[in-house]
Design a protein around this ligand. Structure first.
Ligand SMILES: [Zn+2]
Length: 122
């Protein structure tokens, strides 16, 4: 891949990462930063707070996975292997990378893997 294309994807991935980290920060301060909360909330409030927190944790679990994928993609950029399929070693189409910059497989390998998973009933 051309160096200026690599640079393009590096920025794309870093922007994604900043976006997610920014969202995570917002979620964290929403969870803790409430000055108006009464010191002794009644049990009902407490229950709904717990539900909210579980919801937030679930979201953040998905974010955490995406963050890991983005970091791995950035590592592949550093290693010079970004844009190559991890199975066949062929180049991944740029259109596919733009749509999904963390992808590690070319479309042919991805579809045959998905077909295999379907056949196994996963
Ligand atoms: Zn492939």
């Amino acid at each position: 891949m051309e160096p200026d294309r690599i640079e393009f994807f590096r920025q794309l991935l870093q922007e994604r990462l900043q976006e997610i980290l920014g969202e995570a920060d917002k979620t964290r301060s929403d969870m803790t930063g409430s000055d108006s909360a009464p010191p002794f909330p009644d049990p009902t409030d407490r229950a709904s707070l717990e539900t909210d927190r579980n919801f937030t944790l679930r979201i953040r679990d998905r974010e955490r996975k995406l963050i890991t994928k983005i970091r791995e993609a950035l590592e592949r950029i550093e290693a010079g292997t970004y844009g190559h399929c991890e199975l066949c070693g062929g180049e991944i189409a740029e259109k596919r990378l733009i749509a999904r910059p963390v992808t590690t497989m070319c479309i042919a390998c991805k579809s045959s893997q998905e077909a295999l998973e379907r056949a196994r009933g996963q």
